[in-house]
Write a protein of this length. Sequence first.
Length: 551
Amino acid sequence: MEKQSDFIREIIEKDLKEKKYPKVVTRFPPEPNGYLHIGHAKSICLNFGIAEEFGGKCNLRMDDTDPEGEKEEYVRAIIEDVKWLGFDFGEKVLYASDYFEKLYDFAVELIKKGKAYVCHLSPEEIKTYRGSFNEPGKESPYRNRTVEENLRLFEKMKNGEFEEGSCVLRAKIDMQSPNIVLRDPVIYRIKKEPHYRTGSKWNIYPMYDFAHPLSDAIEGVTHSICTLEFENNRALYDWFVGELISEPEKPKQIEFARLNLSHTVLSKRLLSRLVEEKIVDGWDDPRMPTLAGLRRRGYTPDAIKDFLKRIGVARNENLVDVSLLEHCVRDDLDWKAPRVMGVLRPIEVIIENYPEGKFETFECPNHPKRPEMGSRKILFAREIYIDEEDFSENPPPGYRRLTPQGEVRLRYSYKIKCKEIIKDEAGKVKRLICTYDPDSLKAERKGKEGVIHWIAKSNAIAVEVRLYDRLFTVPDPASYAEEFLKYINPKSLEILFPAYVEMQLGEKEPGSVFQFERLGYFCIDIKDSQKEKLVLNLVVPLKDTYSKKAP
């Protein structure tokens, strides 16, 4: 593996030189309440990458402490995403819910030490008592209950004898602390909702801020790498671990800037709204920045890793233009994707001087730079399709495609000349009558000669093509808060049917990616494609044309 350099790796390298830890242990700890997105990929690649580079290990742990919204479906999706990116998390997946008994014992230990208490203030009152950045907090009237009373009340919480919201267990730290998270945070709350793994065994569940650092410590994690929004929580995490874990070296938390990607949102809450309000067709919609959506669209793990490597790891947040991600996808697919010809918006062409019933085959490379990928035969016949963008009745200056009475070369084949235009009732070009030059195969090709792609009718299958564009019309939709849906791009999806592609694509596996010559990269949809009807997704066009569009 190629060695990378950033401030996190420098810290770990220094720790190992000073022999602070015998081995590096990191973890990727998602909450299974939604699908992972490309921002999570940054954390996955960082945590697993560091473990590989330093000869350590990385745990995959579900931080499943809140039964509301957590599902086995999300667990399966997370596991699939991590495997798809090419990382090995060992023999098993870990779960915070596996530690519920241990975490409960930790809470009891805090109570016995006089450092936790059951509080009957309402959530609104707790918030008021906590104060603000400008004013200190105020102690709860329940803060000085005896250890015995707190143990009894906490047991009743566990047994389901209190209603939800009637009381919580809080850590007793410092209501005057300038760091608000240290002002007696809630560590257990009542939730009488079944957990997807533990069923109805528990009526109380640990808060994330309590379970997360202690799960790290239980697992022997040496470096807890997380995003900057957890920086203020570091003091709280250290307090919990310091009070409850006796190991000499505690997990070291290091924060880095999260990924912000233009023309999309990377908040689970906002992504959930897109799904729930049916703006998109599920978490794996190819317009979504989820790893499931990117995989379905045809993005590759190598392209995503290349993108994340290019943006690097830093402490300062910034908005990364999605064009860079698309560039990395093009770079990767340019080398990997075989070439085929496809016509998205077909116009029929009849070559009137080519004999009916005759056909020829031409040999063409599957990849212009990789002869080892072989070649294929394409059929030429009297009736073909070309793309409507390759014909113009009133061509602009510099137009080098087919025009009335003009001549153009069909890629790998003959030159044709347009003689007649046939239109439908609406005035749209329906069919072109052309002639071909039988000597043009041997004719010397001029440097500025126009060349267009095409496909013979007898070698074509009809497919549905889905053209995807940016989901939002503004670079930073999340900055508009709850108004973000106002900036949905109404043209983020265009469906074309029938489009035509080479017949060989009908035998290819879902997920296969091809370059349609002169157009872009397309992927056979892994969800909706069937033998009787192929569905192809636009991965990325050959060039970044978005900058030329009006927002």
